[in-house]
Design a protein around this ligand. Sequence first.
Ligand code: ARG
Length: 564
Amino acid sequence: MDYKRLIGDLIKEVINVDVYDSIEIPPDKNMGDFAFPCFKLAKELRKAPQMIAEDLKLKLSHESISKIEVVGAYLNFFINKSDFSRDILMHVLNNKDNYGSSKDGEGKTVIVEYSSPNIAKPFHIGHLFTTVVGNSLYRIHKSQGYDVVGINYLGDWGTQFGKLIYAYKNWIDLDALEKTPISELFRIYVKFHNEAEKDPFLEDEGRKYFKMLEDGDKECRELWEKFRSLSLLEFEKLYETLGVKFDSYDGEAFFSDKMDRAINEIESKGLLEESLGAMVVKLDEYNMPPCIIKKADGATIYATRDIAAALYRKDKYDFYKNIYVVGTPQALHFRQVFKTLELMGHSWAKDCIHVGFGLVKFKDKKLSSRKGEVILLEELLNMSVEKIREVIEEKNPTLKNKEEVSKKVGIGAIVFNYLKMNRERDIIFDFDEVLSFEGETGPYVQYTFARGKSILRKSGINIEEIDFSKYVSLLVDDNEISLIKSLGDFNNQIKASINSLEPSVITRYVIDVAKNFNKFYNSNHILNLEDENLKIARLILVYATTIVIKNALYLIGVETVDEM
Ligand code: ARG
């Protein structure tokens, strides 16, 4: 049962105001399980908050509420513990894998654009950030019944591909290309830039080849396709490791022939102006530099492609929300694009949302001193898996599938750390901390899950065959109630994470569940209990906790292991 709803409805019956959103969970159990601050009603009811509280106290009653107290302007509600445990646990146990999901978003399409790396360039740690944030937002929305479209807006178009074609024709090492395609392509791309500094003629060559590519020259087109497919092959390996999927790979190139429509529309609305030879949409009125639509040399650019892509997405998906998970440094770009769409008369421009995130830095000097962020990503993941393997080797040397477990825990640790804080904050990776089995980390939560599973295994009871309803009301002790309360809060947390587009809400939540579980586990006997009924009740609680941890970790893209 949703107690917040219950209390909200009871109050509404008396005063005819919906106070649901104001009902709080007090930080201290002595102040009740739920509280309602009556000062929120003082103005409306023209009464002192304390009087409102006293008055409500007399008029409210329900079998599931064992006590109501007035403290200052607050009404504190104490829930009947047995009812509380039964309601929440039965809800978890009846829904299992689906616990937490809802149909709130049914009939609405949400686009989540994420990852979007540039082809022929290494996938860097910033791209990992958008990938994990986007993947999580994808899963979170899906869990609430939205139709979600995951788009990987590949950076696969632009003048740089003309340069790359020139570089390929002159310097490619085919053996290297076969072994490590992206780094070889990146090598010749960097070489192009170094050479072009000495010989500006190369820039003209680059432009020439891009023009040929745009005009559909067969050889250029084939090379471009090769760059794209080789890159995708490498990216996909990573996506598979992370369990990340996309519904569409319509990247920048896909829009190269869809820009005229956008430009014509901008022009017909009288928004296109000339400025220093370029065609722009002026945005001074909105305190922004102009949005460049066509460069002086006639070439179209990034912003134009984004405008064309947004128009296309509205047509194709009729989205309720169009979310762009892209680093905060591109915030201005998106404000310009969205403003231009709005000036073009598209009221849905307000449904386009830029979800930004911070920078990633490393505490470990060894990692940050490397040239660029280039090799770092693979290195980061490998190192993480390796270190976890060492810990497991020491803690649980007889574990059978060490390889698989180290992978899930090692990679999960990195993903977890990316999603732990508000996404707009910069992340400073402290490897020792990220991989620790204690503290607020992925391994800590995964370990908690595995501990739960291990207790269930050791019990020798086939928990799924138990008639839960016979036992769950027995759970009334403080630690049990705190844990149950956190299990019951899952849905609210998912809603909060959707409202703020913040996966970290879920990460913080699952940490909280794990902490409550460990507190319960450390202070309550489970397996060596004389009271067989209470033992089963506690095992059921363990089981319910593993369900919730698994479902919550899934929402942030982290897998669980039954043993580690
Ligand atoms: N490919 C770009 C980059 O790596 C990110 C694309 C962001 N999405 C967009 N619709 N502009 O920086």
